[in-house]
Design a binder for this molecule. Structure first.
Ligand SMILES: [Zn+2]
Length: 348
């Protein structure tokens, strides 16, 4: 029986329910863990996150959340575990880091591909380390990330390997592929939407993963619909066997085109579904439940991710998909069946 690895233990895929493949229970930026401005009381954070998540589970049937928070962006295994225990949700933590221009602490920049492979492997098999302490709480997937959003120059310049992927990112991607070969876990990625204007960052990631022998049928390329030059870029990713993630649904700051991001993504989805790629799409928000820095303001719209409610996909986006010919079974496939196949850790 196929299983996923959650922060509270291994769970048969039959118990996954509606799955969000890229969310954040708690989100800061590297360094936030030292700052008074983004400090928090664990009990209060657990309560706030749990009450919103539980309401979403009761009303919309969510069963599984992949918490894509990288290690240096406030990832807190204990918080995830307590939220899972208090809500009954399956929460999958990830091993991995932010893009190089914003993250990857110096400690890890000094490590070899072999050492980084071991890091991922131990996160998955022994449990994650938090502030130097072994938690015994295991990750259930690997995150890789490239690009440099909000860091100039944007889009990303060409890196030392001829790709717009930088030295340490390249190493971490190779290590992710090697750890995936041992664990047969899912790899979920962050691509910078801006980079689609100068290259196909999803394809660049897949090339490196493939060089190291990864199973691309267990790879999800994130943010692929936010700002592609055209449907061809997404299709090129799909042709390699990877899955593309429809995300930033309902989140306004990414896209200011005529029709809005939701409509442009729904249109791309329709074109891809017509071409037969329904098995290779997943749907999620990329919102966070709690940002210890405090609520967002209109002056800081990049922090508006949490303003989107957990019902938006079902109340607003699914009707839009239905108008384009998608059925409820199609939505079920993208939010239940496809995540089952992708997130099962096939060594379990
Ligand atoms: Zn994210």
């Amino acid at each position: 029986m196929k299983k996923i690895r959650t922060v509270t233990g291994d769970v048969p895929v039959e118990r996954m329910g509606v799955t969000l493949t890229h969310e954040h229970l708690l989100y800061t930026y590297p360094g936030g863990e030292y700052d008074h401005l983004s400090s928090y009381v664990l009990d209060e954070a657990v309560d706030k996150i749990s009450s919103e998540l539980k309401a979403g589970m009761d009303e919309y049937g969510y069963g599984t959340i992949v918490d894509m928070t990288p290690a240096e962006v406030g990832r807190n295994p204990e918080l995830m575990k307590r939220v899972a225990e208090s809500t009954g949700a399956n929460i999958i933590a990830v091993s991995g880091f932010f893009p190089e221009r914003m993250g990857i602490p110096y400690w890890f920049r000094r490590q070899t591909v072999e050492e980084l492979t071991e890091f991922y492997y131990r996160d998955l098999m022994e449990g994650m380390v938090f502030s130097g302490t072994r938690t015994g709480i295991k990750a259930g997937a690997i995150k890789i990330a490239t690009g440099q959003e909000s860091v100039h120059p944007t889009p990303s310049p060409i890196g030392p390997n001829g790709r717009r992927i930088h030295l340490y990112e390249d190493r971490l991607i190779r290590a992710a592929a090697r750890a995936q070969r041992k664990t047969r876990c899912c790899i979920n990625t962050h691509t910078d939407p801006m980079d689609y204007s100068v290259t196909n960052p999803g394809l660049e990631q897949l090339e490196i993963l493939e060089e190291e022998g990864a199973d691309l049928s267990k790879v999800i390329i994130g943010h692929a619909f936010v700002q592609p030059r055209g449907v061809e870029q997404i299709e090129a990713i799909l042709q390699r066997g990877a899955t593309v993630q429809v995300d930033h649904i309902g989140i306004p700051w990414r896209f200011d085109g005529e029709e809005g991001l939701d409509e442009s993504m729904a249109h791309l989805m329709q074109v891809l579904a017509d071409k037969g790629y329904m098995d290779q799409m997943v749907i999620t928000y990329d919102r966070w439940f709690f940002n210890p820095r405090g609520p967002s303001t209109e002056e800081n719209p990049q922090l508006l991710n949490e303003a989107v409610g957990l019902g938006y996909i079902f109340d607003e986006f699914a009707p839009r998909l239905r108008r384009k010919g998608f059925t409820d079974a199609d939505v079920h496939k993208m939010m239940v069946d496809n995540p089952k196949r992708l997130l099962s850790m096939d060594s379990l």
